[in-house]
Design a protein around this ligand. Structure first.
Ligand code: NAD
Ligand code: IPM
Ligand code: MG
Length: 365
């Protein structure tokens, strides 16, 4: 989980940690992430937590999604930990995307989280659906740098003649040279810090030619400044093949917001399940707090049963510590997770807090 570190300034003393547990399994897994964060943090780092009641329940109760005053308070935190937001699919009381667009994406955009960092590793002990033949090719350990503030996520679209046979709907992908260059540069920096020093651009330049050109041109331009980094390119559809037949080929992937969303769910599935996939919405310029969250959603199908795997949330806490300049503490969490995974018995059913307790105990050693 040390992918975001390198020159991260070391934060010590009291750190204002904003916590957004959210909906469904969000509060269940966040409680475990906080449990592990507390025991893993170095002695000179203390979290002053503020919890924000945001998500589907608040919306259904009050009609509020993210009041401006709350956004301003959140902006003043040092770091954020989010569980998951979102209600039951197609709930008639929740307008489509109200929480996804109005809360989660609004936070990512407002706080300029232009690097959505999603590491993927097949740990010894994790159960991957990949065949033994594919797994035998070697270690799988890559990180996706997903652009977080542009692409088809900006809400640039609309619909005409809604509900008629002549309906037309658009959702236009926005790609600025400014936005593309900064995330590509960040990905080159991350690739340079990893042993294999390889960066793959993932896009669909053969069809999305306008957006594809700006990505391809800036990728090549920035590459000239990183002669030590090996580069290559894959179309997004081919990446779906490679992830299941030859995931070892990837070291760092840089891609746009939507491709990155899709590719990281598949990456999660091949590396042992969505319950293990952690992420950081990073503002590398540190002009606003970065936000750490599991890749998964609120999982309404299993919420309330305390059977969700909190590992992804716990590993997101490791990314948070790394971002605050404490890679050793992050590594302690990762090692504890690794040991916990190795000790898992096939078919073993543990409740969410038991997994958190077991990992916290391993961190304490
Ligand atoms: N970051 C976020 O807040 C975020 C991310 C993705 C989806 N969502 C929202 O979550 C809601 C549900 O979305 P979805 O069902 O498409 O995706 P999901 O990730 O919530 O669930 C997909 C499947 O994975 C399982 N799953 C997810 N997390 C798990 C865990 N920790 N342990 C064990 N199993 C787990 C679920 O039970 C479900 O079967 C929607 O409202 C969606 O918009 C939010
Ligand atoms: C809930 C949704 C807005 C979000 C995304 O598409 O980014 C989620 O799928 C994710 O991967 O974090
Ligand atoms: Mg997603």
């Amino acid at each position: 989980m040390t992918d975001s570190s390198a020159a991260a300034p070391v934060t010590t003393g009291q750190v204002a940690l904003g916590v957004i547990p959210g909906d469904g399994i969000g509060p269940e897994v966040t409680a475990e992430a906080l449990k592990v964060l507390e025991v893993a943090a170095p002695a000179d780092l203390k979290f002053a937590q503020t919890s924000y009641d945001l998500g589907a329940e608040r919306y259904l109760r009050t009609g509020e999604v993210l009041p401006d005053s709350v956004l301003e308070e959140i902006r003043n935190q040092d770091a954020l930990l989010l569980g998951a937001v979102g209600g039951k699919p197609n709930d008639p009381n929740l307008p489509p995307g109200i929480l996804e667009r109005g809360l989660l994406l609004k936070l990512r955009f407002e706080l300029d989280h232009y690097v959505n960092l999603r590491p993927s590793r097949i740990y010894p002990g994790s159960v991957s659906p990949l065949s033994d033949e594919v797994l035998a090719k070697g270690e799988v350990d890559f990180v996706v740098v997903r652009e977080g503030t542009e692409g088809p996520y900006t809400g640039n679209g609309g619909a005409l003649r809604v509900g008629t046979p002549a309906e037309v709907a658009t959702e236009v992908s926005v790609n600025t040279a400014y936005g593309v260059e900064r995330v590509v540069r960040d990905a080159f920096e991350r690739a340079r810090r990893r042993p294999r020093k390889k960066l793959t651009l993932v896009h669909k330049t053969n069809v999305l030619v306008h957006a594809g050109q700006v990505w391809w041109r800036l990728f090549q331009q920035v590459a000239e400044e990183y002669p030590d980094v090996t580069t290559d390119y894959s179309h997004i559809d081919a990446v779906m093949i490679y992830l299941t037949t030859d995931p070892q080929r990837f070291d760092v992937i840089v891609t746009d917001n939507l491709f990155g969303d899709i590719v990281t769910d598949l990456a999660a599935a091949i590396s042992g399940g969505i319950g293990l996939a952690a992420s950081g919405n990073v503002n590398p310029d540190r002009t606003a707090p970065s936000m750490f969250e599991p890749v998964h959603g609120s999982a309404p199908d299993i919420a309330g049963q305390l059977i969700a795997d909190p590992t992804a949330a716990i590993l997101s806490g490791a990314l948070l510590l790394d971002h605050l300049g404490h890679p050793e503490a992050a590594a302690r969490i990762e090692a504890a997770v690794l040991a916990d995974l190795e000790a898992r018995e096939p078919g073993q059913q543990r409740r969410t807090p038991e997994v958190g307790d077991a990992i916290a105990a391993r961190v304490l050693g």
